[in-house]
Structures are given as C-alpha cells and as structure tokens.
Design a protein around this ligand. Structure first.
Ligand code: F6P
Length: 545
C-alpha cells in the first residue's frame, strides 16, 4: 500500500499551528523556558540526552506539532517503511536500509523472501575479508601486505564511509584509509602520489558501476597500477561493491572480492551495507558491527516510542516549526568534537538530496517550504568563523549542538574547556546580552561616557536564538550508529509530513545525463547547441585547454 497523500497545510493541526504561531512568534525563549513543562522538552535514551528546551516553542505548539504528525500519518508511514512496503514509489522500491543493520533476531520479509539470511551472509563476507586483509593473509600481487586502502566512490558511496572513518579514527586498525571521489584528476593524482602500488588495495564502490566520476577514477588508478605492477596485479589490488556484475567482470575484479548491494538501499543510506567495507577495514569488523547495532537500537526506539518521547520525531517537528512557520531557510549542525568534522557534509547529502523536492506525492507543485539547507562545522572552530552571524546577524538559524560527556583520550582538562564552550554558547544564544548588561560592563571597564554611548548598540545581543542540545556519553561506534540513524529517521518523518518522496533523487540523475552530453561535445570539439552564455564559455574552454 502506498503512502498517504495528505497536504500538510490543509490539516486541522496546521491551521491551529498558524494561529498559535502568530500569538507566540515574538515570545522569548528565556521566558518560555520558565513556564513550559520541562518534562516535555527532554528525552533520556540509552547514552543520549536530548534537550529541546532552548526553542521558541511552548507546550501548546509542541502538542499541536504532535497532532500534525498524527494527522499526516507519521506512525502509519513508519510501519510501512519497516514492513518493506513500496514507499519509494517513483522508483518502485521498498526502503530497507534499516534491514541491513538487523540484529539477526527477526524475519524481514520482502514479498515472501526473508532478507535476513543474505544480510548475515554478506556481513560474514565483510568480516572475513576485513580480518584477512588486517591479518595480512590477503596480500598484494608482489606478496606484500596491504598498508593502505583507497575507497573510490561518490555521493552515498563516499560521504557516509568517509564521515564514519573520520569519526572513528580513535578506533583505527593498522590500515590507512583514503577516499577518492571527485572526477577532478588532480584529486586522484594528489592521493596516489604518496601511495605505494605494491601495498595499496582499491575498493570501487558504485551501485551502478556506471557513475562517470567513479569509473573514470577507477580507470585512472588501474592504469597507474598496471604501469608499475603490470596487468596481472589488477585482480589482487581491486575489490568492488556493486550490483553490476557484468561491468565488474569487464574491469577485471576477482569475484571473491566483489560485495553485493541491493536496490532497496538508497546510496545516501548505504554506509551500513557493503558500502561500509572501507569502514570495516579502517576500524576492524567488530567496530563496524557495533556501529550497525547502535543504529539498530535507534531503529527500535523510533519504531516503538511514543511521539512525545521519540527523538527523531521530536527533532523533525522542531525543524518543521522553524522551516514552515518562522520561515527559516537553513539549519546548522555543530558537533563539539573534531572527529565529527565531516558530519555536516554527510548530512547535506542525506537531508538535501532526500527532501529537496518541490512536487508532492500526488505529483502537484508544492506551495510550502520543504528541505532545509544544512551547514555547519565543529565547535569551537565555528565559534571563530560563522558564529558572529548566528549571534548578531539578521537571520534566524536553529542549531543542533552535539557534544560528548567524555573525551576519547583521558584529557579532561581540555575536554572541560571544550564542553564549557558547548554549554556557554547555547545559553548565550538564548539569553543574549541586554543594553543594561552591556552598559554596566562598559562602565566597570572605565570607558568614557561618549565611548559607552557609541559602543553599546554593537555589543548588544538580542538572544532568542534556538538550539537543540544532543549530549551523548562518549563517541563510541554504537553511539555514532545511533546518531546517524537518528538523523536518517528525522529526514523520513519530515518527508512524510511535507507529503514528498524522500527516497528518490531525480534532480541528481539529470546532472549525470547533462554532463555526459557536454563531454561528448568537448571531445568532438564542436559546441553550438546551447544558449549563448554556455556556447561562449564552452568555446572559451576549448580554445584554452
Ligand atoms: O549523487 C547521486 C547518487 O545517485 C547517490 O545517491 C549515489 O550514492 C551516488 O549518486 C553514486 O552512485 P553509484 O553508487 O551508482 O556510483
């Protein structure tokens, strides 16, 4: 059965939210926090504490948002997703990235076929391969053990693995992992320059095995390898993750080194599958499995918790409140750990490729805002970069602050400094600094009256800037798995409420087709069929390249 097609703006809850919004839109968080019921704004789950108290929300708005979720059929949609119904309707597919992180104690039926045995079998293959490469049983063509792994992929075949490998660096195996994604030849050659072909294993990750970037990079790398170790080395130095057996064979990859992908797992949700092979190699299979089990725990929480205590649902509703009522254009994600420096880039694809849609599930043009624009960087670096605009700019930017109670190394002195910034920033964003506070501060610094009058307006902070706090015990593989799954489910809930299909990406597919058309023209040295600007620029490129 397909997903319900409910236009959110026509629901009873939406209308009530609109009128309630006009009543509380100017309310101050620092006042709301005193009168709201604190229990409604905190969720403690496993190692997570999620606090949404510092938002421009009151109890009534929150309960209306839950009504909106119910009216839009969120709970029913969750069951449909987990029950393998064809909810990716434009591609006629079920959506089962949650199945690949199963704990194995259930049956997951796609039609009459239980997917669990083949999922466990693939996991076993990943484990054996990982163990054999790390233990030096699998070696390169000159009988030397591998020291370096290069993941060749783009989009979902790159961003998830690279983000997780960076995030779990503390848990690294003896292998060094590198990522090549861009079709930019300079990117590939820059990475190859420091690698020894004899000790490097390449993993080509491409569901289709036709993506221009990945196949070009794989071919360039193959030539580089062959030029130093000969044609016979290819079979020993390449592995593949793909569904396209024919192309893999043509490329010359050993069938034992081929790992499957399934069409019911979308690229941007695929790091849990064989796409995560480079993660497994980078941190060892057991840590990879812990990552999957952390995500599985979040799946269970998402499936079984009430709307009010359901972390992904609550976060998605807060986000809708700002996106659709306050008309915020962007959201920032600020992790207070350097390990998560690739999280914002990963979330950009996950969120914007999923919910950047302007046609609803009935095929009609949408009249309300959908996909949030996501950006961010780690704290405290971002405090010294773009926080000025969040504190004193003209735009309202809701932020997720992600922090950890414990550091990974035992340096609590630095960690306390890091976390004092974490807490201080969310408080300052909420409280701001009033004119009187600024004047008192300036007066006590002994400044002249004239200077005080001049400086005061620049030093006032309006405050009332919303934040969610996600405080996690420690950055472990399990907790990282839960955190990523939390955002995945948030995306899904928002897509359900916005009445869009979150699991297709036709906009990106178009880009792929257009680039190959232009490439043919560049290669044929004849450009004339475009608009005047594109013709001019292409000809300029041809005459100088
Ligand atoms: O960027 C769009 C996309 O379709 C992603 O969803 C996918 O992860 C990526 O391209 C790469 O595709 P493939 O795995 O087929 O090479």
């Amino acid at each position: 059965m397909s997903l319900k097609k409910i236009v959110p703006t026509k629901t009873k809850a939406w209308k009530l939210l609109e009128s309630h919004f006009s009543e509380i839109k100017s309310a101050e968080i620092k006042d709301l926090i005193r009168t709201n019921n604190p229990d409604n704004y905190k969720i403690n789950w496993e190692d997570f504490t999620v606090d949404i108290s510092k938002n421009r929300l009151d109890d009534k708005a929150l309960s209306l948002l839950f009504e909106l979720a119910s009216e839009c059929g969120v709970e029913e949609a969750i069951s449909k997703q987990f029950n393998a119904e064809i909810i990716n309707e434009t591609e006629n597919r079920a959506v089962l990235h949650t199945a690949i992180r199963t704990d194995g104690n259930e049956k997951i039926l796609l039609g009459n076929n239980d997917l669990v045995p083949s999922i466990i079998q693939t996991r076993k293959k990943i484990q054996e391969f990982t163990d054999d490469v790390i233990s030096k049983k699998i070696k390169g063509s000159t009988n030397k053990a591998f020291t370096d792994i290069v993941n060749i992929g783009i989009g979902g075949s790159d961003l998830g693995p690279v983000m997780v490998v960076e995030a779990l660096k503390h848990y690294s195996s003896r292998l060094k992992t590198h990522f090549v994604s861009n079709v930019d030849g300079d990117h590939v050659l820059e990475i190859l320059k420091d690698l020894n072909p004899e000790t490097t294993l390449f993993i080509v990750v491409s569901k289709t095995f036709t993506t221009q970037e990945t196949i070009s990079n794989a071919s360039t790398i193959k030539n580089w390898l062959v030029s130093s170790l000969g044609q016979k080395s290819v079979i020993k130095h390449f592995a593949a993750v793909s569904t396209n057996q024919k192309e893999i064979q043509k490329f010359g990859i050993d069938p034992d080194f081929v790992f499957p992908m399934n069409d019911w797992v979308g690229g941007r949700f695929s790091l849990w599958s064989s796409v995560g092979l480079s993660i497994s190699l980078a941190v060892g299979y057991l840590n990879f499995e812990k990552l999957l089990m952390g995500a599985n725990k979040m799946d269970l929480h998402f499936k079984t918790s009430s709307l009010e205590k359901n972390i992904p649902i609550v976060l998605s509703l807060v986000s809708i409140w700002y996106n659709n009522f306050f008309k915020c254009e962007t959201e920032a994600v600020i992790p207070y750990t350097q390990y998560l420096h690739r999280l914002p880039a990963y979330l950009q694809q996950a969120i914007m490729e999923s919910n950047g849609k302007s046609v609803d599930r009935s095929g009609n043009k949408i009249s309300y805002q959908t996909g949030n624009i996501i950006w961010g960087d780690t704290g405290t670096n971002s405090q010294h970069a773009f926080f000025q605009l969040i504190h004193q700019g003209t735009k309202l930017i809701p932020c997720d602050f992600i922090g950890f109670n414990k550091p990974l190394y035992k340096d609590n002195t630095q960690h306390d400094k890091l976390m004092s910034n974490f807490f201080a920033q969310t408080e300052a964003l909420m409280m701001g600094k009033t004119k009187i506070e600024v004047e008192n501060e300036l007066t006590s610094s002994g400044i002249s009256k004239e200077n005080l009058t001049f400086l005061t307006p620049f030093k006032v902070f309006e405050g009332n800037k919303p934040t969610n706090t996600i405080l996690i015990n420690r950055l472990t593989p399990e907790n990282l798995g839960s955190l990523i799954a939390m955002y995945e489910h948030k995306i899904f809930v928002q897509g359900i409420i916005w009445n869009i299909f979150s699991y297709d990406q036709w906009g990106v597919e178009l880009g792929k087709q257009l680039a190959s058309k232009v490439l043919k023209e560049i290669e044929g040295n004849s450009v004339s069929k475009h608009d005047s600007s594109t013709n001019y620029l292409l000809n300029k490129y041809l005459s100088n390249s």
